[in-house]
Structure formats: C-alpha cells, structure tokens
Design a protein around this ligand. Structure first.
Ligand SMILES: [Fe+2]
Ligand SMILES: [Fe+2]
Length: 166
C-alpha cells in the first residue's frame, strides 16, 4: 500500500502501521475471547472483552486517520487500495502459505488457505465492479458537464456576435 501523503520510509509511518495492526488484532482477539467466555457461561469476562474490543477499534481508527488522511482518500482511491490488498492475498500471500502448509502436511491449514484464496478473489472482484460502475458514472457526468459547457459556449458566441453587429 502506498502512503501518498507521507515520506516513504518514515519510521513513524511504519510504527503507525504496526500499531494499527496490533490494535486491529486485539479487537478481533478480544471478540473471539468474549465469544468463548460466553460459551463457557462467564458473562462478566465476555462483557469486559467486548467493551475493550470496542475501544481497540477506536484506537485503530485513530491510527488510520494519520495513515490515510480523509482529505487524500476518495472512495475510488479506497477501492483501489482494497483491490490491491485482496489481490495480494489471493495471488501471493495465501498461495505461498498454502504451499508451505502442504509441505508441513497441515491439511486443515491447506483447506483454510484455499477458502481464503476464494474469498479474497471474490472480495477483489466485488470491489473492482463497484469501482468500474463508479468510473462509468463519472464518465457519464463528465459528458453531461461537457454538453452544458457547449451550450454556454454557443450562448456566449451568439451574444458576442449580436454585440458585434449592433
Ligand atoms: Fe489499544
Ligand atoms: Fe478479504
């Protein structure tokens, strides 16, 4: 993922990225722990894990505000970033993990990685189709704007020619 607004190789940007990863993982892990605690009948433990998980989301959002400043992130750019991430998952990351899991004979992990390859491909395709629809919409709007501009140019030309003949 490229950070357009930040100097490349910035240690603080890298730290924000790893802090973002840590907070995000804490969020999911606490939700998972809450699920297990509730299953075990321990509602108090489930409740504190859920409440803390909610705060970790806010911490992660705070880091994202700095990593992807709202002013520089259009919906199209967000879709491009997401497509890049999902494509990396199904073309590189999971295939290489799968290969190593086969070598280790971990069949459960092989099946899990196969599922994730399929899911990431679907996610990338869904994002791509929304991005293409948005691009068509923008192109249609641009044509409308162009027609309006033509009308104004014609009106201006005819006003100018009337002025000249007056
Ligand atoms: Fe936190
Ligand atoms: Fe995904």
């Amino acid at each position: 993922m490229s950070k357009t607004s930040s100097p490349s190789g910035s240690i603080t940007i890298r730290n924000l990225e790893s802090a973002f990863a840590g907070e995000s993982m804490a969020h999911i892990k606490y939700r998972y722990f809450a699920k297990l605690a509730r299953k075990a009948g321990d509602e108090a433990t489930a409740a504190i894990f859920e409440a803390t998980a909610e705060q970790e989301v806010q911490h992660a959002f705070g880091h994202l505000d700095l990593l992807y400043p709202a002013a520089s992130l259009t919906p199209s750019r967000a879709l491009e970033i997401a497509i890049e991430g999902e494509t990396h998952e199904y073309t590189e990351m999971y295939p290489s993990f799968r290969h190593l899991a086969v070598e280790e004979g971990n069949n459960q992990a092989v099946a899990e990685f196969d599922d994730q390859i399929a899911e990431s491909r679907e996610h990338a395709q869904a994002f791509r189709s929304v991005l293409q629809t948005a691009a068509k919409r923008f192109a249609a709007l641009a044509r409308v704007e162009e027609r309006h501009a033509d009308h104004y140019r014609q009106a201006l030309a005819s006003a100018n020619s009337k002025k000249e003949s007056a």
